[in-house]
Design a protein around this ligand. Sequence first.
Ligand SMILES: *Cc1c(COP(=O)(O)O)cnc(C)c1O
Length: 379
Amino acid sequence: MVPIQMVDLKRQYLKIKPQVDAAMTEVLENAAFINGAPVQQFTNALQSYLGVKHVIPCANGTDALQIAMMALDLAPGDEVITPSFTFIATAEVIALLRLKPVFVDVDPKTFCLDPEQVEKAITPKTKAIVPVHLYGHATDMEPLMAISGKYNIPVIEDNAQAIGGHYTFADGSKKMLGAIGQIGCTSFFPSKNLGCYGDGGALFTNDDALAAKIRMVANHGQSARYYHDVVGVNSRLDTLQAVVLNIKLPLLDEYIKARRAVADAYDAGFAGIPEITTPFRASNSYHVYHQYTLQLNGADRYALQQYLQEKGVPAMIYYPVPAHRQKMFEDFGGAAFNLPVTDDLTSKVISLPIHTEMDADQLQYIIDSVKSFLNQNSK
Ligand SMILES: *Cc1c(COP(=O)(O)O)cnc(C)c1O
């Protein structure tokens, strides 16, 4: 059996190696490292894939979130509603810009922001809502966008974990995740569902004025060459990374299908086991399984992690400490937020390997290993 990894980037690369190597060599030979033609080509391709008017590439997903908040002219002290159950970047940029993170609890089934709780947390100082489509499952966007419209508060989707996923509205229409809020943000970190071979990110919007502002902020606040209107940042997608993304974007739907097949096999393998809650799939969310995350009830997840490691199966806890309990947010009153669902979930979750290259024998071995642990160790 091929050794099991959380994400097998090497085997995925080997399947596209001839195209990648040739395209990278071409960039090296043209020496068009910054803003080379492949960057614009990728921007156009992603626009049509997502059905969104503007894609603005940038250096990474964290920058995308920061640029989004800068482009919306958020000012120190403004409140930004976000989940605490997320990768730290989402909340970190809020604090970096001296905005106030307002942590709101998640839906216990989807692990994503609960729109009802969002509405309760709105004050006159609320200036943005940042849902995170955690692990590849959609936030319930229809009620969230209704709240956004009612209070006139923009939504920035953190779509770093759910690119290629979509959401179905009550009338049956579908939209790609990241293309629903006023701004969408994503990351092309290598292990993400659409990953490059270094850092990369992008913002999406259908709003022309916002797109112009985002472009300006991402490029030193520049309106015309060497004329700088606002304080911005330097955040670009390298040509070499765009080359990789141009090759991988046409494969994204296939990659997602491969992930969903792994999730189906896990779901079947773990069905009926009382200690395990498998990931929920809302009927309005096309889940892209950035992670396959179990909730473990009445069994020690760290003991399971240790047991699996000894059997050559990596497993990860995403995330052991929710944002509001991080030391980083002590001064922001983090721990004062009452988030029982987030606290409960972050004490129970464990993520198993999921990627595009998983073999049937690897999958069976992982399922059997988890089961044998539970047979020996259930409380
Ligand atoms: C990965 C990730 C980010 C940050 O992306 P980088 O490209 O690593 O900066 C932000 N939010 C979420 C939810 C992520 O998973």
